[in-house]
Design a protein around this ligand. Structure first.
Ligand code: GLU
Length: 298
């Protein structure tokens, strides 16, 4: 892994503008901001809006307003849908092939192949590797993943996750058959283009990290340090994001709640003991302690 220690830290918060920001997203936004600012770094806001069918036009401004209300500023804003040429150029560097299989056909091929899916994720069995079966259909673009074990490291938990991509993930779709570039490609291209040194994001993306590291290597890009934040759970232990009931930050804002109280609730959900009202800047020393602990492997 490329060493990035020393030098200016560059971090980012990368929301998908597909809906309102709820408390769970706000906690990730807070941690990403703390991580950049606690190290005197630059902080970016990147809207991941490539899946245009899911994007809500109002979500950009609401997200900006929510972040500003919480006191989480940023130095630069990046909008993925305006950077398609970059993703196209990156995809052209990779060993790819067109794939016209439907989801159902892929499922059928998985069932028919001797190995049932390993783990939770269905592994694409390479049906189109030898050529597209239906040239008349619009084609997705798949990346022939390297036949090697790729490892990623999480700095916060001090964990390493290794995956043999062909067996555990399969050839990745880089561009869907409707022309939408895949998240994994865009994230890797953008982090490198912006000089991101530290990625702090939700734990749900941890198992996707090795494939992103593999893409970085194939494209000759550096690997940032990764910090995966636990997802916020409700009192039932369910992920907030999965339930309709997670309060949007906008609703709290409009109901007259204070950013200080919301930040305090977010900090307490991380086990930090803080007063009832805090500012984002008040939390910087707590995050510095967390970084120090992670570096010591404690
Ligand atoms: N856009 C992704 C999300 O909202 C985050 C991607 C990332 O941080 O790498 O879950």
């Amino acid at each position: 892994m490329t060493a990035l220690k020393g030098g200016l830290v560059v971090g980012r918060f990368a929301p998908s503008p597909t809906g309102a920001m709820h408390l769970g997203n706000a906690r990730t936004a807070l941690l990403a901001w703390l991580h950049s600012r606690a190290q005197g770094g630059r902080h970016l806001l990147r809207f991941e809006d490539l899946d245009t069918g899911r994007v809500r036009a109002w979500a950009y401004d609401v997200t900006r307003a929510d972040l500003a209300w919480l006191g989480l500023d940023w130095d630069e804003e990046i909008i993925q849908s305006r950077r398609l040429d970059l993703y196209r150029a990156a995809a052209a560097h990779l060993d790819t092939y067109p794939c016209t299989c439907t989801r159902r056909e892929v499922q059928a091929a998985i069932q028919a192949s001797a190995g049932a899916p390993h783990g939770a994720e269905p592994v694409y069995p390479g049906t189109c590797r030898a050529g597209s079966l239906h040239p008349e259909r619009p084609a997705a673009l798949r990346w022939r993943v390297p036949d090697e074990v790729v490892c990623a490291r999480d700095e916060w938990r001090g964990e390493t996750l290794c995956q043999h991509l062909p067996a555990e993930v399969g050839d990745l779709v880089l561009r869907r058959n409707d022309g939408v570039f895949a998240y994994h490609l865009a994230v890797v291209v953008d982090d490198a283009a912006s000089g991101v040194t530290d990625v702090l994001r939700g734990e749900d993306l941890w198992t996707a990290t090795p494939r992103q590291v593999a893409l970085q290597r194939a494209l000759g890009l550096p690997t940032p340090r990764y910090w995966h934040a636990p997802l916020m759970l409700d009192f039932r232990g369910e992920r907030l994001a999965k339930r309709g009931g997670a309060p949007p930050v906008q609703a709290l804002r409009e109901a007259g709640d204070t950013p200080g109280r919301v930040l305090s609730e977010l900090a307490r959900s991380l086990g930090w003991s803080v007063p009832d009202e805090v500012s984002a800047a008040d939390l910087l020393p707590l995050w510095r302690t967390e970084i120090g602990r992670a570096e010591l492997g404690a």
